[in-house]
Ligand binder design. Structure first.
Ligand code: PMP
Length: 411
């Protein structure tokens, strides 16, 4: 065995480190085997397919079609103009951490600024949370269908994603017995995404209570992606699982500015987690981002502490679009769609058409120039469904529905 200890200039060197030997014995690719196994996104694939097509209506991208509020842009520009063009602390600027903690305190969740970490988009914090929480071989329970990137995030850190089917009849949220049955001695984390991408499902307080009881009983941890938390269409505001007794200490919350404030391009988000985890995530963040740029962080402060009318206006439009799209989908023969309770996605059941999700999406694109994402882009549990993002104009929704109806009639 060749180790640092036995490495002396006068010693014969073992062969396994030489170039010649590596060439003969090892498949030398510049790309690692691990990264080759990580799946790409079907959404991007669908997007690429429409290139060159004219008159396309797209329901594909999960991104608000609004621009960021003016006062947010102004605060960002003002910061850069002040010459704040340097690194900030790895954790984020104190004013933003304080503003985020205040939003939790206002909801009765006692996070201190020291437990808040600022990152470049929710995705960066999900990534850091995975590295911070998971060892190689640890299993993570994920919703299927669920946001496609979760699987890749887990695989990147050597953890094992275990899909747990979430069913239409249960509002696309976990059934507690399905979670319980998926637990093995290797299970460490339950991932919750509510409101959900792709289904628009929202976990009820009762469902979250059951999950929190299970987590405590089996000594599991929770990673909760609450990026759509404010986009809730009926009923009570969303309760984070972190607010259930004994859960704050075993939960990492990821949330951010992308969806609520239409700030996707700012790449700004936060995590809220016990100090021990936040400290580790901060250390890891140094190796990826060092810090988020300062101007954008002041934009975040303006978003949280400024006038919230802009959010209400966007929500008002999403509500109208939701009415339009869900009613329209349910009016198309052989298609049905559960009323999504949150986020800006409709997850329509197309199994009545006799087509598989992927075939439906491909043919709809080729024949009617309408882009939707096959449910299977979010896991095998998405077979028989398509996802439509209604973060697009009412005019596009109307035209897209008209074309979809023509497509289904022609089958
Ligand atoms: N989580 C979910 C469920 C999402 O849909 C998205 C964006 N599509 C993200 C996280 C990433 O958000 P961000 O743009 O803040 O990285």
């Amino acid at each position: 065995m060749y180790t640092e200890d036995n490495m002396r200039m006068d010693m014969p060197r073992p062969n396994n480190g030489t170039r010649k030997d590596r060439k003969e014995n090892i498949d030398m690719s510049i790309v690692s085997k691990k990264s080759k196994q990580i799946p790409g996104s079907l959404i991007r694939e669908m997007f690429a397919m429409q290139a060159g097509m004219k008159d396309v209506i797209s329901f594909a991208l999960g991104e608000p079609d609004f621009t960021a509020p003016q006062h947010v842009v102004d605060a960002t520009v003002a910061s850069f103009r002040r010459g704040e063009t340097h690194y900030t602390p790895n954790t984020g600027i104190p004013a933003l951490r304080k503003a985020v903690a205040a939003t939790y305190q206002a909801r009765g969740l006692d996070y201190q600024p020291s437990e808040i970490l600022i990152g470049a988009g929710a995705i960066s914090l999900l990534n850091l949370a995975c590295t911070a929480m998971l060892d190689i071989g640890d299993e993570v329970l994920l919703p299927d269908p669920g946001w496609a990137n979760y699987k890749g995030l887990m695989m990147q850190v050597g953890a094992v994603p275990i899909p747990v089917k979430v069913k239409e009849e249960n509002g696309f949220m976990y059934e507690i017995d399905d979670l319980r049955n998926a637990i093995t001695p290797k299970t460490k984390v339950i991932l919750i995404n509510s409101p959900s991408n792709p289904t628009g499902g929202v976990a009820s307080a009762e469902n979250l209570r059951q999950i929190s009881d299970l987590a405590k009983e089996r000594n599991l941890y929770v990673l909760t992606d609450e990026i759509y938390r404010e986009l809730i269409w009926d009923g009570e505001p969303y309760t984070s699982i972190a607010s259930f007794p004994g859960m704050k200490e075993r939960t990492v919350v990821v949330d951010g500015f992308s969806k609520k404030y239409a700030m996707t391009g700012f790449r700004l988000a936060w995590s809220a987690a016990p100090l021990e985890v936040t400290t580790v995530m901060t250390k890891l963040l140094e190796n990826v981002l060092s810090s988020v740029n300062e101007g954008v962080q002041w934009g975040g402060v303006a978003a949280l502490t400024g006038n919230q009318d802009c959010v209400e206006e966007m929500k008002c439009q999403y509500r109208r679009r939701r009415e339009l799209i869900v009613k329209g989908l349910n009016n198309i023969e052989k298609i049905s769609c559960l009323w999504p309770k949150g986020a800006f996605y409709a997850f329509a059941n197309i199994s009545g058409t006799g087509l598989k999700s992927q075939e439906f999406a491909m043919r709809l694109l080729q024949e009617q120039h309408v882009v939707v994402v096959p449910g299977t882009g979010f896991g095998q549990g998405g077979e028989g469904f398509i996802r439509l993002s209604y973060a697009t104009s009412e005019k596009s929704i109307q035209e897209g529905l008209r074309r979809m109806e023509a497509f289904v009639k022609g089958l």
